[in-house]
Design a protein around this ligand. Structure first.
Ligand code: CTP
Ligand code: MG
Length: 387
């Protein structure tokens, strides 16, 4: 890495105790189908100035991290410490071999950082060793006294946000030296170490998700910024033939028969591919992969699904939720349900919480009821960002 490089250090090793909700720490909760941390990471991935992103995670969070960052090219995450300050120092130490020039340190719990703000922080580092986004305080501030309150003049108060930018060498040295100090952000460390600091204007939208009330606001913002909601449906049927296994929703299942078809005959993925294509009015699977074309003979159907997702992305969109229903008497789908959800999530690069797989029979009625084949239907929800 060149010496003029800028790297991002995203700290996400906290437990989110002030925003309790099930078993996941807050940075892995979903906002409009996307984990909080992924929102934050994507902002830095999009930024041309940032050459490398190091994320610091909790010791028990690797599974959540892998799900969250699927499809994004990042360096190996590192396990953080008990306090934010420790996590930052561990992250800086992990980055030092790259010899970066500047580092942007960001809270993984701030999902809505804008490109403009990242840019302001980077530019402010041209003329100082540190840069911090600040906002004024608009509420009246009261300090609790032994009895009653006193009013604090708010004119001189500022709220500090992240990303905060630093000369890499200086902030690493400062963190090493001042590790006994208790600091809730890195500006405190920089100030104590005597670094020169530039202020930049922060953004109200770049708030830190701290408690469950913050999540209510974040949900409103995320659903509005993600653009137009689309849905599409898909349906497919494949007939049984001789064989010893079938492919269903990306999973190979031993069976006393196979499924007839041009590709691997994965009826679940075919219905889902059509649903996704439907959401962007991009025709159907046969348009993109004509069954008359020998190159698609026997190919795994995840290729079709991946193509549909690529087309959505090219339209500036994301797949945010899918639901597949498999209709058959045999095999018993419930055993494979979670594996299918994981497979589909992997192909779509989304969280498996946003992938549903269901199954039903037709109560012995009709061709499916007689066990002559398997049918599948699917619905996909996509969001197309306003252009
Ligand atoms: N953080 C960290 N390591 C810690 C503590 C915090 O990397 N030991 C990160 C958090 O993951 C978060 C940021 O620092 O992205 C700001 O911290 P905070 O909002 O306090 O998050 P939590 O510590 O997770 O929340 P809480 O204090 O409510 O438990
Ligand atoms: Mg904390």
């Amino acid at each position: 890495m060149s010496n003029s490089s800028t790297v991002a250090l995203i700290v996400a090793a906290g437990r989110g105790e002030r925003a309790p909700n099930g078993s996941k720490p807050k940075q892995y909760r979903l906002l409009a189908g996307k984990p909080v941390l992924r929102w934050a990471i994507e902002a830095f991935v999009q930024n041309q100035m940032v050459g490398l992103i190091q994320v610091v995670i909790g010791a028990d969070d690797r599974f959540h991290y892998d799900e969250t960052t699927r499809g994004i090219n990042l360096c190996e995450p590192i396990v953080g410490g008990v306090t934010r300050q420790e996590s930052v120092l561990i992250g800086l130490e992990a980055l030092k071999e790259q010899k970066p020039n500047k580092v942007l340190i960001h809270d993984g719990a701030r999902p809505f950082v804008s490109q403009a703000l990242i840019q302001r922080v980077v530019s402010a580092l041209d003329t100082a060793e540190a840069a911090v986004p600040l906002l004024p305080v608009s509420d009246t501030i009261r300090r609790k006294k032994k009895s009653g309150y006193e009013i604090v003049a708010r004119e001189d108060l500022r709220r500090a946000q992240t990303p905060q930018g630093f000369s890499f060498e200086r902030i690493l040295a400062a963190h090493r030296k001042l590790h006994d100090l208790t600091a809730t952000d890195d500006m405190i460390i920089a100030e104590k170490a005597g670094m020169t600091i530039n202020d930049v204007v922060g953004e109200e939208g770049n708030f830190k998700l701290t408690n469950n009330q913050d999540f209510k606001l974040a949900e409103m913002i995320s659903t509005n910024t993600l653009g137009e909601v689309r849905t599409g449906t898909g349906f497919d049927v494949h007939e049984f033939s001789s064989g010893e296994y079938i492919w269903l929703c990306g999973v190979r299942i031993p069976h006393q028969m196979g499924l007839k078809g041009h590709s691997d005959a994965d009826v679940g993925l075919h219905a889902l591919t059509d649903a996704i294509l439907g959401s962007i009015c991009a025709g159907d699977i046969g348009v993109h992969f004509p069954p008359t074309d020998p190159q698609w003979r026997g190919v795994p159907s995840h290729i079709f699904l991946a193509k549909a997702v690529t087309l959505v992305r090219e339209r500036g969109g994301d797949v945010v939720h899918v639901d597949v229903t498999l209709i058959c008497e045999q095999p018993k789908v419930s055993v494979y349900r979670n594996e299918m959800r994981r497979k589909i999530a992997q192909i779509l690069d989304i969280n498996s919480d946003c992938v549903s797989v269901k199954a039903t029979t037709t109560d012995g009625l009709g061709t499916i009821g007689r066990g002559e084949g398997i049918a599948a239907q699917a619905i996909a929800t996509t969001r197309l960002r306003a252009t």
